[in-house]
Design a protein around this ligand. Structure first.
Ligand code: PMP
Length: 380
């Protein structure tokens, strides 16, 4: 029973089939001028168009294929910083961003960029007034995530984007790794300039992701070479991986609404079970957050011990963020939300997906209370 879908999801059979079929038939270099090359190229471009259409991004946006959200975040942030340095050197982000944003920002601030890291409220979201106050004439970039990968907190991207657009010339980057495929995103009507995601979060393949960006934006590339991907990401494009990502996105969006409602009720079940256990505190509200992610601090048990205990019963959850290589560190996200180091060191994450079943949720809810009690007893 897998409850770690925020870390990754299994690729769907149809996605694997697409990957295999495209690799067998359209394996030619899509940048070659012969017929097999141009055929591969048209499939690559078709996948790009399909992804843009599925994200409600019309002709104003382009899509750069990357190896995932980490690379896309690096490209977005370093690319904008490099390209628009002459306009200013101030960057705004928030305390709860994924490390693939936060560490890029601190890297840039070690050079000649100034950084403002916004706090979040108890719900884990950025307050529009705080963003407004932080904007300066030399702010070139604001990077804020849509859905937080540890707590499921959801930033109001529209509102935050409006604040940015009405108060500055900064470009707005959104890390949407936990929302693409799960939330309705209509980029055309949004103030978002750049958006990043990874395919393996929505039943696609690892090693595939994208940066969606407004056509008018230029980026300094991370990878120089033959000038592929409009000069923003050199190297031979992977037609099969792009086609598989388009397929995974289409399939996820087809079942999006029904999955969302179903998973919402699962999250409520699990939250109610956790709330009844003494010494547990949910990190972030249950309502108005992503139904796919739930975070909770459990006192009197080490989170690794709880993870291990569940694992022995065939139930797999996570502690801190699986995306980080630090295994026992306190969660910087829970610390930002609660201000409590104790809670940040004792947090667990339970994450759900469209393939989670009621039976799995029931088994989790039956296992958690006695297990926590017995682990606490053993510790005494
Ligand atoms: N941003 C967020 C919000 C994430 O959850 C993740 C993955 N945990 C990433 C970025 C990085 O994605 P990847 O590891 O696929 O590059």
């Amino acid at each position: 029973m897998y409850f770690d879908y925020a870390a990754t999801t299994p690729p769907k059979d149809e996605v694997l089939k697409t990957f295999d079929a495209v690799n067998r038939t359209f394996w030619a270099n899509p940048h070659a001028l012969h017929r097999p090359g141009t055929r591969a190229d048209s499939l690559l471009e078709q996948s790009r168009k399909q992804i843009l259409a599925l994200l409600g991004a019309g002709n104003d946006y382009t899509c750069v294929f990357t190896s995932g959200a980490t690379e896309a975040n690096n490209l977005a942030l370093k690319g904008i910083a490099g390209q628009y340095r002459a306009r200013g050197n101030h960057i705004i982000t928030s305390e709860v961003e994924h490390l693939s944003v936060l560490s890029v920002c601190s890297f840039l601030s070690m050079g000649d960029f100034e950084l403002t890291v916004l706090p979040v409220n108890a719900g884990g979201t950025v307050d529009p007034d705080k963003l407004q106050e932080a904007l300066r004439p030399d702010t070139i970039l604001v990077s804020l995530m849509h859905v937080n990968n540890e707590t499921g907190s959801v930033n109001d991207i529209m509102q935050l984007g409006e604040v940015i657009k009405s108060g500055s010339n900064a470009v707005f980057h959104v890390d949407a790794a936990q929302s693409v495929g799960k939330f309705d995103l209509s980029l055309d009507e949004s103030p978002v300039d750049l958006l990043t995601f990874s395919a393996h979060k929505f039943f696609g393949l690892k090693g595939a992701g994208a940066l969606i960006l407004k056509n008018r934006l230029q980026l300094t590339p991370l990878i120089h070479g033959g000038g592929q991907e409009s000069g923003m990401r050199s190297g031979t494009a992977d037609t099969a991986r792009a086609a598989a990502m388009a397929k995974a996105l289409r399939l996820s969006l087809e079942e999006r609404e029904s999955a969302f409602v179903r998973v919402q009720s699962y999250k409520k079940n699990i939250a109610a079970t956790l709330n009844e256990i003494e010494g547990t505190e949910l990190n972030g509200p249950v309502e108005q957050t992503s139904p796919f992610i739930l975070n909770c601090s459990v006192s009197g048990v080490r989170p690794e011990t709880l993870l291990q205990g569940l694992s022995e019963k065939g139930i797999y959850i996570s502690t801190v963020s699986a995306c980080s290589s630090q295994k026992t560190a306190a969660s910087h996200v829970v610390l930002a939300l609660t201000g409590s180091r104790e809670r940040a060191q004792s947090s667990i994450r339970i994450s759900l997906s469209a393939v989670t079943t009621q039976e799995e949720v029931d088994a989790l809810c039956e296992t958690l209370p006695p297990l926590i009690e017995s682990l606490r007893f053993k510790r005494k």
